[in-house]
Design a protein around this ligand. Structure first.
Ligand code: FMN
Length: 392
């Protein structure tokens, strides 16, 4: 079958890579007790991400985790190029203070700060820090939070604010970002997430979904952005848990071994409250395999807690699968493995260069190189056989 080398009109002309920074060697495969931060490990991890060619690192937030602002400060001083993405829940920090912290990080890193606003997908988790707003109100608060962040960074003179969630007088001029506005990302897939993200976010983030489902979600957030009169549409961020090995067959053996191990460590839980996880479980219910290499079994056995859908195969198959999402418009790709540090190094060695090579080819020729044609994954019958064969 001939390969159509035309570049889809929806394709992103660029791709940047994100990976989460782990603070200690404990993994879902091998949970080990830890006080939290293992400094030599953390230093090695961050260095591996920078050397591996990643563009960003995500510092996630949970009521029981390390503080991502403090960790981002450390990342900024341990690296030269990688951009720390701070996950921030509006209930934890007033917006003028959030703006101050982010601008400080931005100046300390000469313009590398990014913020990922978390409205919170679980009421009980929010209540742990005294937040009793229902989710739709949490998103309304996030929307007001964004306005105050941007004014705090740009207003030349003192200003007052009397909003539904925040009130203050004569604030400013606030501490300014290094040079340009700090990018604001929104994660979430409830209607409220789309409404706020479409209207105000620079970046809209997703967990890995089947291509057709993601296509309609991207159209949805972009349509909302256009309806809000925006000319610059939110960048699209997608997140995966790749499981790779030298060949597709070896990757499937590994995948089935991994799914046993993470299943045994997973906390049982009822139906997740957040829409993103509910969608992942619905996809898993519908099918295990989608498109070139998307596997939902990892979501099914972990109750889709956080980023939980996998891309399985050789580096070539997984790189081709990532390019399929770039063809849908994703310009930010977040990948983190189950064997955290080893995987981060392997992806840097074997996946990032392949994807970048294809993007460079497209930029130079205006055509696709055929790479995606040469590595069909699940578009060829053999792959599905491997996916089932490895099952014990
Ligand atoms: C890429 C990505 C990263 C996220 N990181 C975090 C995080 O660090 N902490 C957190 O509480 N929620 C995190 N979330 C969850 C959401 O931000 C969101 O608040 C939650 O899922 C509610 O969403 P819903 O609108 O889908 O119901 C993340 C979501 C995505 C897509």
């Amino acid at each position: 079958m001939s390969f159509d080398d035309s570049i889809p009109t929806t394709a992103s002309p660029e791709v940047e890579f994100i990976s989460l920074s782990h603070l200690n060697p404990s993994t879902e495969l091998e949970p080990i007790p830890s006080r939290g931060i293992d400094l030599p490990y953390f230093r090695r991890y961050v260095a591996a991400l920078e050397e591996g060619g990643y563009d960003y690192t995500l510092l996630p937030y949970g009521s029981g985790t390390a503080d991502p602002f403090v960790v981002a400060g450390a990342v900024g001083q341990l690296t030269e190029r990688i951009k720390p993405i701070v996950a921030l829940r509006p209930n934890t920090t007033p917006p003028t203070v959030g703006a101050q912290k982010l601008a400080t990080l931005d100046q300390l890193t000469e313009g590398r700060a990014v913020v990922h606003l978390i409205s919170g997908g679980n009421d009980a988790e929010q209540a742990r820090q005294g937040d009793y707003l229902p989710k739709n109100r949490r998103y309304a608060r996030t929307s007001e939070y964004i306005d105050v962040l941007r004014r705090s960074w740009t207003e030349p003179a003192p200003f007052s604010h009397d909003g539904e969630f925040y009130k203050f007088d004569d604030f400013g001029p606030g501490f300014a970002p290094y040079e340009s506005p700090i990018p604001i990302s929104i994660g979430g897939q409830s209607d409220e997430a789309f409404a706020v993200g479409g209207e105000k976010a620079d970046i809209f983030s997703f967990w890995g979904e089947p291509l057709a489902d993601l296509r309609s979600e991207i159209d949805r957030v972009h349509d909302l952005a256009r309806a809000a009169g925006r000319t610059t549409l939110p960048r699209i961020w997608v997140t995966f848990r790749p499981i790779i090995a030298r060949t597709d067959a070896l990757a499937w053996e590994k995948a089935h071994e991994y799914v046993q191990r993470i299943a045994s460590g997973a906390r049982p839980g009822g139906t997740p409250q957040n829409a993103g996880s509910q969608r992942a479980l619905a996809f898993a219910e519908r099918a295990e395999l989608y498109d070139r290499a998307l596997w939902t079994k990892t979501a099914a056995v972990t109750n889709a807690a956080g980023a939980s859908t996998a891309l399985v195969g050789s580096p070539e198959t997984v790189a081709a699968a990532i390019l399929d999402y770039v063809d849908q418009g994703a310009s930010l790709v977040s990948i983190r493995g189950y064997d955290t540090l080893a995987d981060a190094v392997d992806y840097g060695r074997y996946i990032l260069p392949l994807v970048r090579e294809e993007i460079a080819h497209r930029t130079a020729t205006g055509r696709r190189s055929g790479f995606q044609g040469r590595h069909p994954g699940n578009y060829a019958p053999e792959y599905a056989r491997l996916a089932t064969a490895g099952r014990s």
